[in-house]
Design a binder for this molecule. Structure first.
Ligand SMILES: [Zn+2]
Ligand SMILES: [Zn+2]
Length: 346
């Protein structure tokens, strides 16, 4: 076991504080990663505050991890010391079920293991990236291409793959009109990636406050959803709408913005159920779909795509001691667009 410094929430809703945790020995197929940066995802806050149900404490959040390989186990073939690597939302799965075989490890039928707030197949709790080092199986480690700086790459491990996977699956491409609801951590990556895929991109945001940013990040159009006229003006406009917000939305209104046969894909995770009049789906043969991150191979593909197109996250780097303040700012939508912890400050 190796003792490493980390930031942890000792109990539900408690502020995070500096502590130490034990990392397992580097096993045959493990990689020891010297973490350089860890992104702050909205889901870290949901879990620290038990918004999604009972959680495991102490909790070291963080599933947007970027770092450098420090050591590898004797059976590791894909990585060596000095390689630049990332870890996202998963650190293990059964690797043999139908979904794992299909590269959908996040939907492992025996249960994938989350990077934190989970229990591994070894029975030990997992601790995430707000820490100086982590030991991860090589099969759940991805390579960060040279063209991407580690700090702007970190948020891609969740925000990048969460938006890349549904945009690709639902056909964002030249000639397609794609709308992204919400210009936050997820949404800003959705805009960049959809634009890089060649789609005509529209941002649907509560207000026009971030309009200049949206256009700079690659959007062609930007509308305020607080303006009722937006829903009249854009009725029947889009092939695909990606909802990235974690507040409950009136999906019925947004379904009205789809073309016949269009799809609204939700990646946000509100804490409360929503109500929906199903006539809004029946009329126009529309699809309301969900998407959860992406598999390991697709995460690598996303990183390669982002490197090729020069896409990193827009970030604000903070010291670990600022994490509690950063959480409040995320909740107030006061971040452009992702906080990233410089783990050297832990
Ligand atoms: Zn996340
Ligand atoms: Zn599986």
């Amino acid at each position: 076991m190796t003792t490493v410094a980390a930031y942890a929430a000792p109990a539900a809703k408690a502020p995070l504080e500096r502590t130490t945790i034990e990392r397992r020995e580097v096993g045959e197929h493990d990689v020891l990663i010297d973490i350089k940066f860890a992104g702050i995802c909205h889901s870290d806050i949901h879990q620290v505050r038990e918004g999604w149900g009972e959680a495991i404490f102490p909790m070291v959040p963080g599933h947007e991890i970027a770092g450098v390989v420090e050591a590898v186990g004797p059976g590791v073939t894909k990585f060596k010391a000095g390689d630049r690597v990332g870890v996202g939302c998963l650190v293990d799965s059964c690797r043999e079920c139908e979904n794992c075989e299909a590269g959908l490890e996040q939907h492992c039928l025996k249960g994938s293991v989350g990077t934190y707030n989970a229990v591994g197949y070894d029975g030990e709790p997992t601790y995430g990236g707000y820490a100086q080092k982590v030991v991860v199986a090589e099969d759940f480690t991805v390579r960060i291409p040279d063209g991407l700086a580690l700090d702007v790459a970190a948020p891609l491990l969740c925000a990048g793959i969460t938006t890349y996977s549904p945009l690709k699956h639902w056909g964002a491409a030249p000639g397609k009109k794609v709308a992204v609801i919400g210009l936050g951590g997820l949404g800003h990556m959705g805009v960049k990636i959809a634009h890089a895929m060649g789609a005509e991109v529209t941002v649907l945001s509560q207000s026009l406050r971030k309009k200049d940013d949206g256009l700079r990040l690659g959007a062609d159009h930007y509308y305020a959803t607080s303006d009722e006229k937006t829903f009249q003006h854009l009725a029947g406009s889009f092939d695909l709408i990606l909802s990235t917000v974690s507040a409950p939305l009136d999906f019925g209104s947004y379904l009205g913005l789809l073309k016949t046969g269009g799809a609204l894909v939700n990646v946000g995770a509100p804490e409360e159920p929503i109500a929906l009049n199903l006539f809004s789906l029946i009329g126009g043969n529309k699809t309301l779909a969900g998407s959860m991150i992406g598999g390991i191979q697709e995460t690598q593909e996303m990183l390669d795509f982002c490197a090729e197109h020069g896409l990193g996250a827009e970030i604000e780097v903070i010291a670990a001691s600022e994490v509690n303040e950063a959480y409040e700012r995320v909740l107030a939508s006061d971040v452009r667009y992702r906080f990233v912890i410089d783990t050297a400050t832990i």
